[in-house]
Design a protein around this ligand. Structure first.
Ligand SMILES: [Zn+2]
Length: 400
C-alpha cells in the first residue's frame, strides 16, 4: 500500500546561496531528520515536530508505534527539484512499505508549516484513514496550523475565483494537472472548508460524524449536514469573509528526549536518496494507474448507459490498457465504431476482442459480432431497457 500526497507550500521558497551540501542526520525515538543544510536546522525541526506530535495526541490521534518518520530537507529548491513528485508538488508526504517520508526543499524555520502539513498526512495515513483529497488536505492544513488557516491561503481565497464545491469534493491528484494556480486554490478552499466544518457553530456538531464517514471515501456532505452544496458554499463565503483572528493555541512544550546527531557518509547519503527516488517512482506509477483505472471505469459506465461513441472516445484517451481490460476495450471499440458509421473498423475491433476473450462466452460474443459486422446484413445497434447493448440484424425486430 502506497500513498502519495502533495502540497503547495503557502510561502514562497527561497534559494539558498552556497548551501552546505553535506548531509547530516538528527534522530530521536520518533523522527529522523536528514538535513543537507547542517544539523542545526534538523534539530530545530525535530523539536517542533515533537511539539506537533504532542498536539496531535491531544486531538485524539494515537500515533504510537511504527518506524521513525523520515524527514528529508534539501539545501535548496534546486536540490529538491529532481525528487519532485509532480509539477505542482512543492513538498510531499510519501508512505511506502512501512516507511514514511516528509520531503521538503529546505528546513528553514519559516517553512516549518510545510513540514508540519506533511507530518499530519503521515499521522492520518498511520491511522489508516483513506480520506478524499479535499478532506486530507484540509485536515493537514487545519492541524498543522493548529486550527487556523494560513495567511497565504487567505490571500489566495481573496485574490482568485473559487472552485465549484462539487468539483472540489471529487478532486483527485490529477485534477490540477500542471496548473499551479488551480492547485493553490484547491488547497486554500479545502483549508477554509475544513476549518468551517470543524469550528463553526452550524457545522461543528456533525464534524465527528463527518470524519467517521469519510475514512473509507467521500462522505455525502449534503446528507450529513442536511444542507445542499449551494447553501454550504454560501456559508463558506461568509465564513471566509468574516475571518476572525483566531485565538492562538500554545503548543505543548517538546518532551525532553535524547537526540543523536551524526554526519552521513557519501554512501549513506546516496542510499538515502536512492530509496527516496524509488519510493517516488512507485508512487507516481500508482497515481498513473489509479487515474487510468478511473477513466476506464468511466468508459465502461458510459457504455452501460448506451453511450457507444462517448464510451469509445473516452477509452481511446487511455495511455495504456491492462491485459484484463482489453476484451472490454475492443468490444466497446466495435460498438463505438459501428455507431459512428465505420463498420469496417468495427469488424476489426470485434476480431481483436475475440483474441482477448477470457471465457468461452466472451469468445462466442465477439465471434458472433465480428461475423455479423463482416456480413452484408443490415444491422442496428440498440440499448435495451434491461441495460443490454446489442448489435443485431434489422430483421430480428424486438417484440413491440
Ligand atoms: Zn498535503
Amino acid at each position: 500500500m502506497l500513498v502519495g500526497l502533495l502540497t503547495i507550500a503557502a510561502g514562497v521558497g527561497k534559494a539558498r546561496a552556497g548551501g552546505d551540501e553535506e548531509w547530516s542526520v538528527v534522530r530521536n525515538d520518533h523522527f529522523e531528520v536528514f538535513s543537507q543544510a547542517g544539523p542545526g536546522l534538523a534539530r530545530h525541526t525535530i523539536e517542533r515536530l515533537e511539539q506537533l506530535r504532542s498536539f496531535m495526541r491531544t486531538m485524539g490521534f494515537s500515533i504510537e508505534g511504527g518506524e521513525r518518520i523520515r524527514v528529508i530537507g534539501f539545501a535548496s529548491r534546486q536540490e529538491y527539484e529532481p525528487y519532485r513528485l509532480n509539477p505542482v508538488a512543492d513538498a510531499f508526504y510519501l508512505g511506502a512499505a512501512g516507511k514514511d517520508y516528509l520531503v521538503v526543499p529546505d528546513l528553514e524555520p519559516s517553512e516549518f508549516g510545510t513540514v508540519a502539513h506533511e507530518y499530519v498526512h503521515a499521522v492520518l495515513h498511520r491511522e489508516g484513514w483513506k480520506l478524499p483529497l479535499w478532506l486530507g488536505e484540509g485536515l493537514a492544513e487545519y492541524y498543522s496550523n493548529t486550527g487556523d488557516v494560513a495567511a497565504g491561503r487567505y490571500q489566495t481565497l481573496q485574490q482568485s475565483d473559487w472552485l465549484d464545491l462539487a468539483d472540489l469534493l471529487c478532486w483527485d491528484t490529477t485534477s490540477a494537472g500542471n496548473e499551479r494556480d488551480v492547485a493553490r486554490m484547491f488547497y486554500a478552499e479545502s483549508a477554509a472548508l475544513v476549518q468551517m466544518l470543524a469550528d463553526s457553530p452550524r457545522y461543528r456538531p456533525q464534524f465527528a460524524e463527518l470524519l467517521r464517514r469519510s475514512r473509507g471515501g467521500n462522505p455525502n456532505l449534503e446528507s450529513i449536514t442536511g444542507l445542499n452544496l449551494r447553501e454550504i458554499m454560501a456559508d463558506l463565503h461568509s465564513w471566509v469573509g468574516a475571518r476572525q483572528t483566531s485565538s492562538p493555541i500554545t503548543l505543548p512544550a517538546a518532551p525532553v528526549m535524547r537526540i543523536e546527531t551524526s554526519g552521513l557518509s557519501d554512501a549513506e547519503a546516496t542510499l538515502l536518496l536512492t530509496e527516496l527516488r524509488n519510493a517516488g517512482t512507485e508512487s507516481r506509477m500508482a497515481v498513473t494507474q489509479a487515474s487510468a483505472d478511473k477513466k476506464y471505469m468511466g468508459a465502461v459506465a458510459a457504455f452501460n448507459d448506451g453511450d457507444f461513441e462517448g464510451a469509445f472516445a473516452s477509452m481511446r484517451t487511455l495511455d495504456s490498457i491492462r491485459e484484463d481490460q482489453k476484451f472490454n476495450y475492443w468490444m466497446i471499440a466495435a460498438f463505438g465504431l459501428f455507431a459512428s458509421g465505420d463498420r469496417q473498423k468495427a469488424t476489426g475491433a470485434a476480431e481483436h476482442a475475440r483474441q482477448y476473450a477470457a471465457k468461452p462466452k466472451e469468445e462466442a460474443e465477439a465471434s458472433q459480432l465480428a461475423s455479423m459486422l463482416a456480413s452484408r446484413a443490415d444491422l442496428r445497434i440498440s440499448h435495451g431497457t434491461d441495460g443490454r447493448n446489442c448489435i443485431s440484424t434489422s430483421r430480428q425486430k424486438e417484440p413491440e
